[in-house]
Design a binder for this molecule. Structure first.
Ligand code: CTP
Ligand code: A1H0Z
Length: 447
C-alpha cells in the first residue's frame, strides 16, 4: 500500500474511512457503511419494489419514485442499493403501466442489473401481489424463463432509498426462519383514537407500539398464500403485509428494529431531505492531485487542515499512476492543483482517464482546478489558461457528466493572508463538491 507523503495512511487501512463515500449512509444517517463482511446466504432471495403509486402527497405531477436528484431518478438509487447485494438474485420493480417505458429507460441508462419490470395495480397490495406472482411464474414479461422461485421474498417500498446490506441480511435470515420478518422503528408521535365527532376518544401508550417500516421479508410460500387468501377489502384498503401473513397464514412476523435511514419519501420535503443525504454521502472525501511539485504539495497539506473543519477528508497524491489509479474507480471528487503555467493538457488527461473509468454513469464527478499563481500580478492569461479554453473544456466534460470548476489562488508571503486564502479555497471547493451545481460549471472563482 502506498503511503501518501503528506497525509495519513490511505483509506484502505483506515476502518473509519470508507474506500469511497458509500452512496448511502448506513446506520445513523451520514455514517458510512463499513466494508460489510462477506455474508453467506445459501438460499435464493429476490426483491419486490412496489413503485406503482402516483405520489399524491408530494403535490407534484411526477410520481415521487421518478423524481430526480443529481440527474438520476429516486427509484434508481433504491435499485442500486439492492443490486449491489451479491446474494439477491432478482429485483422486480412494479410500476404503473404508463411508466413501463420510463422504467425501462432508467434501467438501461443506469445499467441496472437483475431487474424485471412488472405492471402495478390500483393499490399497493395489488402491486406487491403482482410482483410476488411474477417471481413465482418462472417466466419473465417476454415469456422467457427466469431465475428459480425464491425461498425468501424481500418487499421494500421503492421510495425508501436508504437501505443497507446488513439490515437486509437480518430481515432475510429472520424471514427464512420465521416465515415473515419486518422492520420497525420507535414511534415519534403518540397514536390517538378519535370519536366520529372529531374528538379524542383515547390515546395509545406510545412505548407499547412501534412503527412498521420496510424492508419486510417473507418466505415465498407465506406471502404467496397470504395474497391468494386475502379479501378484496384487504387489497383495497390494507397497508400491512405482516398482517396478511398473520391473518391468512398464521405466521407471526419477527420484528427487527432498523436504523433511522429506513424512512419513506412521502411528502415534498422528503425529496429535499433525500437529495441532501445523497449529496452528503458523495461529498465526504476528495483526491488532491499535486503533480509532485513542492508548492502544490504544500498547498494540498494546507487544504487538508482547512477542510477537516468542513467534515471533509482529502488524500493528496502526485498523480493517478500505479496504485493511485484506484482513485479513478473509488472517488467522486478530484482537485487538480497547478502552479503558474497552463494546466490544460494535464486536466484533459485526467478527464480522459475518468471517462475511461466509466465512473460518471450514476453520479456527476467533480473536478476542481485550483491554480496557484506565483506571479506578482494576478493575470490568468498565460497562467492557468484562457478562460474561454477552460469554458470549452468544462462544457465538453459536462456532456460526460463531469463537472469542472476553476479556483484561482494568489501566492502570498504574508502568512495571515495565505492562511485566509487557503481557507477560502477549502470553503469554495467543499461547497462546489457538495452542491455539484451544473450552473457553475466552467466558472473561475477567485479565492
Ligand atoms: N397502487 C400503488 C400504490 C403505491 N405503490 C407503491 O407503494 C410504495 C409506498 O406507497 P406510498 O408511499 O403511499 O406511495 P404513493 O401511493 O405513490 O403515495 P400517495 O399515497 O401520496 O399517492 C411506493 O413506492 C408506491 O409507489 C404501488 O406500488 N402501487
Ligand atoms: O400507506 P403508505 O402507502 O404510505 O405506506 C405503505 C407502507 O410503507 C406502510 O404501510 C408501512 O407501514 C409498511 O407496512
Amino acid at each position: 500500500m502506498e503511503m501518501n507523503p503528506i497525509n495519513k495512511q490511505s483509506d484502505d487501512c483506515d476502518p473509519d474511512r470508507p474506500a469511497h463515500p458509500g452512496v448511502f449512509p448506513s446506520g445513523e444517517a451520514g455514517k458510512s457503511e463499513r466494508n460489510p463482511a462477506e455474508r453467506r446466504v445459501d438460499f435464493p432471495v429476490s426483491v419486490v419494489l412496489p413503485a406503482g403509486g402516483t405520489g399524491e402527497r408530494t403535490g407534484l405531477q411526477t410520481p415521487k419514485q421518478f423524481c430526480s436528484f443529481l440527474g438520476r431518478q429516486l427509484i434508481s438509487y433504491t435499485i442500486q442499493a439492492f443490486e449491489r447485494v451479491s446474494w439477491i438474485q432478482t429485483i422486480v420493480v412494479v410500476v404503473a403501466k404508463e411508466n413501463t417505458d420510463l422504467m425501462t429507460d432508467i434501467i438501461q441508462r443506469f445499467q441496472h442489473r437483475k431487474v424485471r419490470v412488472v405492471p402495478g395495480g390500483s393499490t399497493r397490495h395489488r402491486s406487491i401481489c403482482n410482483g410476488v406472482l411474477a417471481l413465482g411464474s418462472g417466466q419473465d414479461e417476454e415469456g422467457g424463463s427466469t431465475a428459480e422461485r425464491p425461498k425468501v421474498v424481500i418487499i421494500h417500498d421503492a421510495v425508501r432509498p436508504f437501505v443497507e446490506e446488513d439490515f437486509l441480511y437480518k430481515i432475510a435470515m429472520a424471514a427464512k426462519e420465521q416465515g415473515a420478518a419486518g422492520a420497525i422503528r420507535p414511534l415519534v408521535s403518540t397514536v390517538i383514537a378519535t370519536t366520529s365527532e372529531g374528538y379524542l376518544d383515547h390515546s395509545l401508550e406510545r412505548a407499547k407500539y412501534r412503527a412498521s417500516e420496510m424492508p419486510q421479508g417473507f418466505t415465498y410460500d407465506v406471502i404467496h398464500q397470504a395474497y391468494q387468501s386475502c379479501t378484496e377489502s384487504d387489497f383495497e384498503f390494507g397497508t400491512e403485509c405482516l398482517h396478511l401473513a398473520l391473518q391468512y397464514c398464521g405466521t407471526n412476523a419477527k420484528l427487527i428494529e432498523g436504523p433511522p435511514t429506513l424512512w419513506k419519501v412521502t411528502y415534498k420535503r422528503d425529496l429535499a431531505a433525500a437529495e441532501s443525504i445523497i449529496k452528503e454521502a458523495l461529498s465526504r472525501t476528495a483526491c488532491v492531485i499535486t503533480g509532485g511539485s513542492a508548492q502544490a504539495v504544500t498547498l494540498a497539506e494546507a487544504l487538508q487542515k482547512a477542510v477537516g473543519a468542513l467534515e471533509m477528508e482529502l488524500d493528496a497524491i502526485p498523480d493517478l499512476m500505479g496504485d493511485n489509479a484506484r482513485y479513478l474507480v473509488t472517488e467522486w471528487n478530484f482537485i487538480h492543483v497547478s502552479i503558474s503555467g497552463s494546466c490544460l493538457s494535464e486536466v484533459e488527461a485526467l478527464l480522459t482517464a475518468l471517462e475511461a473509468a466509466n465512473r460518471a454513469i450514476l453520479h456527476p464527478l467533480v473536478v476542481i482546478l485550483v491554480h496557484l499563481s506565483t506571479s506578482d500580478e494576478l493575470s490568468i492569461s498565460g497562467r492557468m489558461a484562457e478562460p474561454a479554453a477552460i469554458t470549452d473544456l468544462a462544457s465538453a466534460a459536462k456532456l460526460r457528466n463531469i463537472f469542472v470548476y476553476g479556483v484561482l489562488l494568489q501566492q502570498s508571503k504574508d502568512t495571515d493572508c495565505w492562511e485566509r486564502s487557503v481557507l477560502r479555497v477549502a470553503e469554495i471547493t467543499s461547497a462546489l463538491i457538495r452542491e455539484r451545481s451544473s450552473a457553475l460549471v466552467g466558472q473561475l472563482l477567485q479565492a
